[in-house]
Unconditional design. Structure first.
Length: 103
């Protein structure tokens, strides 16, 4: 799977560490700082027909109910990840991600 193909499958929104980690394995994303920015980027991602949207848990504080409603109304899976500052091996992250998307 090329980087271009994987980039069409998923998009990540959130904290710098989460976005950068996924960027290392070819997944595009956007760092956000406020709940409003999170919702804006989520709507943009859903309009682009990604097959998976990943969001850092730290950026949904205050809009959890809105995110949950969006999840219920859309066919695109929206996954909220804990983004505790821990070191993650990029190869391990890539392996887990590729397994998750079925590659």
């Amino acid at each position: 799977m090329s980087d271009l193909e994987s980039s069409k499958k998923a998009f990540v929104i959130g904290a710098r560490e989460t976005v950068r980690g996924f960027n290392l394995i070819g997944v595009p994303g956007q760092e956000v700082f406020t709940p409003k920015e999170t919702l804006e980027k989520l709507e943009e991602a859903l309009q682009k027909d990604y097959t998976l949207v990943i969001i850092s848990a730290s950026v949904i504080i205050g809009v959890e109910e809105t995110i949950e409603q969006i999840r219920l109304e859309n066919a695109t899976p929206i996954i909220v990840l804990s983004d505790v500052n821990v070191k993650i091996d990029p190869k391990e992250l890539e392996t887990k991600f590729r397994k998750f998307i079925g590659y």
